[in-house]
Design a protein around this ligand. Structure first.
Ligand SMILES: NC(=O)c1ccc[n+]([C@@H]2O[C@H](COP(=O)([O-])OP(=O)(O)OC[C@H]3O[C@@H](n4cnc5c(N)ncnc54)[C@H](OP(=O)(O)O)[C@@H]3O)[C@@H](O)[C@H]2O)c1
Length: 108
């Protein structure tokens, strides 16, 4: 089953995490990262299968697909790290695709 990580555990990130945890998506939520570690830890422990709460690099290392559900600014750091590692990236802060076009230039 695909190992998925989520960066940003607000409204969107928590909804996606719950959907994966409840089996609505055929994936395993392996790792998460968010700005406020205590909040991330508390949320992670509400899930049936508790994901690891790690830093950005930790999410990338552990997962095949990284879901960004944080902010446009986070994407500027996250996108190169994820793509250079050859991992999949799902972008929720879609407005960043306008502001950070160069991040994705040259990709197939
Ligand atoms: N809500 C929607 O309906 C919707 C629809 C489409 C797209 N989006 C986009 O999706 C993104 C997330 O939306 P949201 O509604 O879930 O936002 P949100 O409720 O404000 O949650 C954002 C999350 O990102 C975390 N975060 C902020 N800065 C971070 C950083 N530097 N590193 C790691 N985590 C960080 C926040 O942590 P803290 O807990 O510390 O605050 C929070 O958990 C936004 O860019 C939004 O524009 C949202």
């Amino acid at each position: 089953m695909m190992r998925v990580g989520i960066v940003g555990l607000g409204i969107i990130g928590q909804a996606l995490a719950k959907a994966i945890d409840q089996g609505e998506v055929a994936a395993q939520l392996t790792a998460v990262h968010s700005r406020t570690v205590e909040k991330a830890q508390a949320f992670a422990h509400t899930l049936c299968r508790v994901p690891e709460v790690v830093d950005l690099a930790g999410v990338v290392a552990r997962c095949e697909l990284v879901i960004e559900a944080a902010t446009q600014a986070v994407l500027s750091t996250l996108a190169p790290t994820v793509l250079e590692a050859g991992k999949g990236l799902m972008v929720l802060s879609v407005g960043a695709l306008l502001h950070y076009r160069t991040l994705f230039q040259g990709l197939n």
